[in-house]
Write a protein that binds this ligand. Structure first.
Ligand SMILES: [Zn+2]
Ligand SMILES: [Zn+2]
Length: 163
């Protein structure tokens, strides 16, 4: 199953993989681990995220897929390509749990844009500095103003204008 899911991900048989953080959906049918800190973290204000997440914005922490391994529930993963409006694993796509509906990540070709709200950071949560957002993206589509010092890009980071 792991092989069918994709060679881009770390394997559960990889003995060199050391879990640094663990994440799971609301019902825990889907669980996964990452072996590294995210390479970046962003807040996305795009309309697609607003709609699919039922929230004013989305917080994503970006990992290389080789640092991610699904430890439970690969068969429970559901995929949705928002650009084509198809429930298929056409990358990039949204990944969710078929059982409880939790949105788990945006899966790109090489990267895994994890939703840190699913991570176990302890109680009370101690969010590592590496998960702190470095910018807002698609801020031109915002439904809420953010009063912080982070750069606010109209679209993608470094590929749009600063607002
Ligand atoms: Zn679930
Ligand atoms: Zn978005």
């Amino acid at each position: 199953m792991q092989k069918e899911f994709g060679d881009a991900f770390a394997s559960v048989e990889d003995t060199t993989f050391t879990a640094k953080y663990r994440a799971g959906c609301h019902c825990q049918a889907v669980q996964y681990e990452v072996s590294a800190d995210p390479v970046d973290a962003k807040i996305c204000h795009c309309v697609v995220c607003q709609t699919l997440h039922g929230a004013p914005m989305q917080w994503a922490a970006i990992f290389h897929k080789r640092h991610v391994r699904i430890t439970r529930g690969i068969a429970q993963l559901r995929f949705y390509n928002s650009a084509r409006q198809q429930y298929e694993r056409i990358l990039p796509c949204k990944v969710s749990c078929a059982v409880c509906g939790t949105l788990i990540a945006d899966e790109g070709r090489k990267m895994w844009l994890a939703f840190p709200s699913l991570f176990d950071f302890g109680r009370p949560p101690q969010v590592p500095a590496s998960f702190t957002p470095t910018c807002h993206i698609f801020y031109g589509m915002r439904v809420m103003d953010m009063h912080d010092d982070l750069p606010k890009w109209s679209g993608h980071k470094n590929k749009s204008v600063l607002l």
